[in-house]
Ligand binder design. Structure first.
Ligand SMILES: Cc1ncc(COP(=O)(O)O)c(C=O)c1O
Length: 315
């Protein structure tokens, strides 16, 4: 109260916009609730404290919490050397420093029928940031994106935050959680920008075969959409299918490969990821998409410079 009248502030939380008919606010508050963290914290808060049975947190994708999982000493040494050198204390380029981009391109080149260059690699603050940047560049009025169900809810949350419509396609539980390609075709229209696949999959653990990945690429080509391949669990493949990078099929349909060192190197706290243009026909470059990615990175925090990823580190 000021001078007997109620003080009016001329701002409001975005979520309150919903009450005023502003759809953005509603979508944002829904997005926050949809994240896996919110659900996990709610479950942990509601545990029966009297129950003495040990708890295995299956929703916690961070092996580094268990002392038996430790990253390779080559990775630790690389960080220590880089920090001690004093050469990496300044701001770096938003796309990442060249030696790291070169090392990531070299690492991902393994098994590709064409060669990635450092120019195709954009370093990000973990794979989560790569997801954010990708969805930011896809969001334009009316556009939509295809996401797997079951899926990794961060995609839904990021899409909601950017007013990007989400359409869910099913994963076929009796076919190794393969993509229901018929559903993908029926969901797609001329506003569909991309399909997201997570391979190896979270939460289903699928590892797609070469043939299935090729079919996904052919479907994307037929529909005129790009493939966003979340390979944050790349090479963490159990079972009979070896891991095949979606980038192998980049000449059929343009692929954006997202990844990080979080899982395979057991260091999610280091926040180092990448967004890679796996598109030998330059469809994304020619359509201005790569410039949009660069622009989006220019307006977000720079990736760490002290992680001077070397070819030796990424083994
Ligand atoms: C499918 C998927 N993508 C992306 C991420 C985020 O990875 P990062 O920790 O590198 O941001 C996770 C983390 O659990 C994930 O499961």
């Amino acid at each position: 109260m000021e001078n007997g009248t109620k003080k009016v502030w001329h701002f409001q939380a975005a979520a309150n916009g919903a009450a005023n008919g502003n759809g953005n606010g509603k979508a944002r508050s829904k997005a926050a609730v949809a994240t896996i963290r919110e659900v996990r914290f709610a479950l942990m808060d509601n545990l029966n404290k009297e129950d003495q049975r040990p708890l295995i947190e299956l929703g916690h994708g961070d092996p580094s919490s268990f002392p038996c999982f430790r990253t390779d000493s080559a990775a630790e040494d690389a960080i220590v050397d880089a920090v001690r050198s004093g050469k990496f204390n300044s701001y770096g380029p938003s796309a990442g420093i060249l030696p790291a981009r070169r090392a990531i391109a070299g690492y991902l080149n393994n098994g590709l029928p064409y060669e990635l260059s450092p120019e195709d690699v954009f370093m990000t603050l973990g794979c989560a940031h790569a997801i954010e940047v990708t969805l930011t560049t896809l969001a334009r009025p009316g556009s939509n994106i295809l996401l797997p169900r079951p899926g990794y809810p961060y995609y839904d949350a990021c899409a909601a935050n950017r007013n990007l419509e989400v359409r869910h396609y099913g994963l076929l539980s009796d076919h190794g959680w393969e993509v229901d390609l018929e559903a993908v075709e029926s969901l797609t229209d001329h506003n569909t920008a991309a399909i997201v696949i997570v391979n190896p999959g979270n939460p289903c653990g699928n590892v797609y075969s070469y043939e299935h990945l090729k079919k996904i690429a052919e479907t994307a080509r037929k529909l005129g959409i790009l493939v966003i391949a979340d390979e944050v669990y790349g090479h963490l493949a159990f079972g009979s299918n070896p891991f095949v990078a979606m980038g192998v099929f980049g000449s059929i349909a343009p692929v954006i490969t997202l990844g990080s060192i979080s899982k395979r190197w057991i260091v999610p706290g280091w926040r180092l990821g990448w967004l890679v243009i796996s598109d030998p026909n330059n469809v994304l470059r020619n359509s201005g998409f790569v410039d949009l990615i660069r622009g989006s990175l220019n307006t977000s925090p720079d990736p760490p410079t002290f992680i001077q990823v070397s070819d030796d580190t990424l083994k």
